[in-house]
Each structure stands twice: as structure tokens, then as C-alpha cells.
Ligand binder design. Sequence first.
Ligand code: GLV
Ligand code: GLV
Length: 322
Amino acid sequence: MKKPKIYITRRLPDEVVEPYKNQLDIEMWDKEEEPVEHSVLLEKVRSADGLLTMLTDPVDEDVFMEGQHLRIVANMAVGYDNVDVSAAHKHGVAVTNTPDVLTDTTADLTFALLMSSARRLLEANHSIQRNEWNNWSPLWLAGSDVHHKTIGIVGMGRIGKALAKRAKGFDMRVLYHNRSRDEEAEENLGAVYMEFYELLKFADFVVCLTPLSDETYHMFDKEAFERMRNTAIFINASRGATVDEKALYHAVNNSEIAGAGLDVFEEEPIGSDHPLLSLPQVLCLPHIGSATVETRSNMMRMCFDNLIHFFEGKPLISPVNK
Ligand code: GLV
Ligand code: GLV
């Protein structure tokens, strides 16, 4: 049987790709650090049976129009807002993501972002680099406590629950808001469900982990920030567009909230001229939630395993559309 033709939109490491070459006819975009040009993707998809895509690739209607033989898109992320899933459905193309393998890694990063923001680690590091450690004073670089505080998790999925577990270890009170109640989180983690605005009122740390959708677009807007405590720290590790960044800038700059830790932005990548970077109380990271060598390799393998399952006619490991 002819091997299915797979186009991969980024250069992935040989040691991960090599074992799959027995079963798949693989072609890769040759750059590791730059996304594929959309025109190249549109050309490559014409002869592809499957795509392995990154969160930086818009997999839109045009891709499905050109991909006459395309049967499956394996997206290397848990989020798949970059894929037009309804267009995929219309064209009969399966879509998979990479849940589970990145849950703990992303929860670790989210908690690290929370801790670093609360304890002002980046400012502290910068102060030494700027030779400002000349003296010591009682309130120099004093941040806020994390232990015994209240965390409000918006989006209680797998990552939200893994984050709640970490918060429990720090004796935090856990509030959550989600589309539906989560009995498991309530029973096993003692998480307390609240309406969105109620959670914003009580949380010391408001953490966004909800997927991006039409309903969650700009859910953190001017009004949401106004409802938070003046001492609150906002953390976002889901997708940038859940936040109105202008409203966030305004809220921090006017001390309506104490600070923010952000791993994601509305338009990625951002540069050093992004307004939020000019605020010392805002810690910005370049979308590294799942970025460990182990987890990124597992995510790549999960994409390949989905592709192989698909072409062998086995059930997909992680379909996002049925
Ligand atoms: C990363 O943001 C992911 O969705 O996996
Ligand atoms: C992602 O895996 C989530 O459900 O939070």
C-alpha cells in the first residue's frame, strides 16, 4: 500500500520523526524557528493526505479548499482555535489536538507565572542587573503572599484541575468558574464554583485557562478588571484574545489591579515595543506553557500517533471533531 503523504509545517527533530517514516511519507517545512508561509502551505496541501500543524498556522477554509485529498489535520497543541473546525467538518477532514500529555507541564508553568508575578522575580533579577542592590530595605521588592490566598480559576479543564492541585499544596482556597459545574473538582480538590463576576470579586489571583471561542473572546474586558480587587494579580496561560489588552493595560497602569503574568497575547509574536512590557508589574512570556523538551516531544509523537491511527483505520486518540 502507498504510504500516506504528510506535510509538517515546521522542522521537527529527526529522532522524533525518523521512526514514523516506515509508515508515512513525510515532508517538512525546513525551518525550525519560523512558521510556514501560508502560500507554501496552500501549495503543499494539494498533494497531502494529512497535515501536522502548529498553533502558529491558520488552517482555514482555503487550506481545506486546496486540500482535495486532505483527510486529517493533527494540530500540535491542546488549543485548536487556529483551525477552522467547522470548515474541516464541512470538507470531511478529521482534526486532532494534544491534550493530556501537556497538562502537568502547562500547570507547572502557570503556577510559576503566578509565583513569579506575586513575588516579583523578574523585577528582582532586573534590579541586580541594573546594579540597584546597594542596600537592603524592609519593603524593597516586597510582593504578595501566595500561600493561604484565594485563586480563582476560569476554565476548569484538565489544566485547571492540575493547577488547583498545585494551589492546594500551597494551602490556597480554590474558586473556579466554568461553563458547567465540575463535581470532580469540587469533591476531590475542594474547588468552589462561582459565577464569573463573583469569582473576580473574591480572588487574589485570577487565572485564565479557558479555551478561546466566540463566547470567551475578550471575556476579560474593562468591566471584568474593574470587578477585580486592587490587589489582584491576573494570569493568562490560555489564549491572548480572551483578554482585551487595552483594558488590561489601563487596569494595571491605573492600579485597578496589582499586576499580571501573561504567557499569551492577542497578536503573537509580540516585540519589545508592546505596551504591556512597559509596565513593571506585568511579566510577559513568549507562549511557553508546554515548553519542556519532554512534553514537546510527546506532543509531536501524539500527532504522529493520531495520523497513524487514522490511516490504519483505528479510533483517533484525541479527535476534536467527531
Ligand atoms: C498551547 O498553547 C497549546 O494549546 O497547546
Ligand atoms: C486542557 O487540556 C484543558 O482541558 O484544560
